[in-house]
Design a protein. Sequence first.
Length: 498
Amino acid sequence: MRRDRRTLAGGLVTAVVLGALLVGGAPLAQADPSSPSDQDVQDARTAVDAASDSVASMEVRLAQLSVAGDQADLKVQQAGEAYTQALVDAQDAQDDADAAADAAVKAADEAEQARRRLVALAREMARSGGSADAIESLLSADGFEEVAERTSALDRVTGKADDTVQEYRAALLVADTLQQHAKDTAATAADAATTAKKSLKAAQKTQDDADQAVASAAVERDELLQNLADARKTSVDVERARQDKLDDDRRERENDDARKQREQQTQDDSSDPAPADDPADDPADDQGPDDEPTQPSSDPSPTSDPEPTTAPKPTKAPEPTTAQKPSSSPKPTSNPKPTTAPKPTSTPKPKPTPKPTSTPKPTTPYGLGTGSSQGSASEGRAALAWAKTKIGLPYIWGGAGPDGYDCSGLTMSAWKAAGVYLNRTSRDQYKQVLKISYDNLRVGDLVFWSTDPSNPNAVYHVAMWAGNGQIMEAPSPGKPLRITSMRWANTMPYAGRP
């Protein structure tokens, strides 16, 4: 009995000591050999519970830091896309400004040519004894700015001179208008360039903030890992490996869930009344069925109709068989025209009915099957092969080569090398390409990520499908161009085929 008490007492003391160790306290210097009091037992249990809660809270915080790092990377990618869009807008504005400037110069040249024709006409009139007042009206005001105002003189000018003056006035008006347009577009281009610069600064600040947040999270993570190692009597390396595994498992679960969601969507798309939307229901069916319905329509009605007994009277019975109803008329003489009768038989054909079922197809402007594709499978392989030669190059804000690329700069350049033109930004590429289901992916196709799957303007990243569950991408600043595993979370509903 005494031995049992000592065993129980020893176990409780051990629990107290272990609890003290777990909360970071020093081991008891001296242990009371006597049985612990109820308070001692309660304190020990409280210490163990507190240690467990502390460990759990540290693990939760570590998970939060991991998610925060992913969110910081997302913000950087969004900033990069915004900057690329600003670059494209600025370039488009500059192109418009250049075109307007060229048009203004051309209009000014045409106005000058009109002026010279007017001068030549005035001289000709002077040589031929024309009115001095008319000549003075035409030649005054240094370039004839006042010609339009001198109506009294113009009244005495010949019809040819008047036409020449009107041509000059029109040329001046066009030149002035285009010159103003050139100034306006130049100002717009300057504003767009300023916006692009601001967008770059904003993107760089986003990157700096993300780097700072990641660095702070790394310091906090190391401290938490050290505390976990102390609480569990392990090492920091062991706890880091454990936490890395937890982070990987979390991402893998999220990736699997997103992949299953896309697979389910593909099944839903295939089980939809899509067959009615199939190309087979379009032009091809509209040509063949014209012959098909005539046979079924002539089959059931004539054979079951008792009236054909009157058909044997005329020897022309073989012809009216295609128009049984007209044969009941008492005038077989009108039967020579039954050859046109098949028209009524084609009217009841039920072909138009499937078409209403196909009308629901274009539910969204960017649904399955929308967009266009010019590339072939071999060109897709060529595009990927070209992109692979860029592995290891840096991600560059707005980069389109040759020293570095952003995400859409890489896909655009790769497909350009294969002979297919793509728009510059990832969101415009999504709008452009043919939307395909993920089970139809082939090498070189494009995969897109967005914060809003229903909104192409929320697309922030694009990559190339490399096969075997992998993608080729320019990820984000600080990460070189690479081939990596497919990430399904945040993907757009459909992939794209250039």
